[in-house]
Design a binder for this molecule. Sequence first.
Ligand code: BDR
Ligand code: CA
Length: 369
Amino acid sequence: MKVQPKGGNMDRRQFVASCSAAMMASWLGSRAEGEAWAGMPKKDKTIRRVIIDTDPGVDDAFALMLAMRSPELKIEAITAVAGNVPLELTLPNALRMVEICERTDIPVAGGASEPLLRKLVTAAYAHGKNGLGGVEFPAPKTKPVPEHAAELIARLIRQYPGEITLVPIGPLTNIALALRSDPGMATIVPGIVLMGGSLSGGNVTPAAEFNFYVDPEAAAIVFDSGIPITMVGLDVTHKVELTDERLVRLEANKTQVSQAAARIARSITETYRRAGHPGWPILNDPLAVSALLDPAILKLTDYHVEIETTGALTAGESVGYRHGDVRTAAPLQSSGGAVPESAAFHSNCKVGTGVDVQRFFELLIQRLG
Ligand code: BDR
Ligand code: CA
């Protein structure tokens, strides 16, 4: 965990903070002007530009479908990263999703095939070997764009300064690579709305949530970037279970998108049952997307969050301060190091701490239908 000492690096922090305030204002107000769409009140006729970085992934597939079926979002790119399954699968899975949603106008790029420093750990046990619950969709005809995800992210952010919200729903490797290649871009990103982390225990280790566990160093770079973050973590996502009743409602919608989503969910649920697991698929990633669509779905609370990158049992843990000075561990006597200064609390993150589950599923089922 890296903590700024009191007074340390304040110029940059103040600069970032003032930029962020201006950008937050523009983020909340009008951004990319879009065409009006039916049913939206006049004052809401704005469209937010987003880049979705993803590792499909059962719940990633749902998140992509929800985003692509939501007129409030102008998806400038979908970028794939290794995570739930290797990149050789997440990239074609992302392409399959744009085809199912008939949104092949959206550029899809491949990115990192492994975390910044660590060996890739996947989660095929939760997503099926192919990442889509074992459902075999046809090989995509659409090709990825010939640009690395990190380059595409950095280029688009420069092309639309202050306008692109990043929506990472996998390990943060691509976002960290983009920030590392162009650190100045942090001041022109209005916000990151991500699925990852937890302030109440992990799902891979007792400390770490999967996306942060896979690439803790990348998560630390993102949280240290000064970009305002909305962290939709396990604290809330564990409540959005795709129960049988909800799945039946999805299956009843006869659209291509709803049917594809339902097949994925039905298949992975059957896999869980065969393995003796009684739970339902958890829709972590679409809950993060929903935060961009309906602010009433999540309750957000200001926190200071830092990412633990060390410790055999703790790497990838997201440590949240609600208030009070931020401290690191006391130095070992043998280190000869000085006792670290504490840093005054400042919020770098809004954390999802409450969720209207019913409202989320109404939105999801309606949009996919
Ligand atoms: C996160 O990890 C992945 O398995 C899911 O797609 C989600 O992004 C949940 O911990
Ligand atoms: Ca994911």
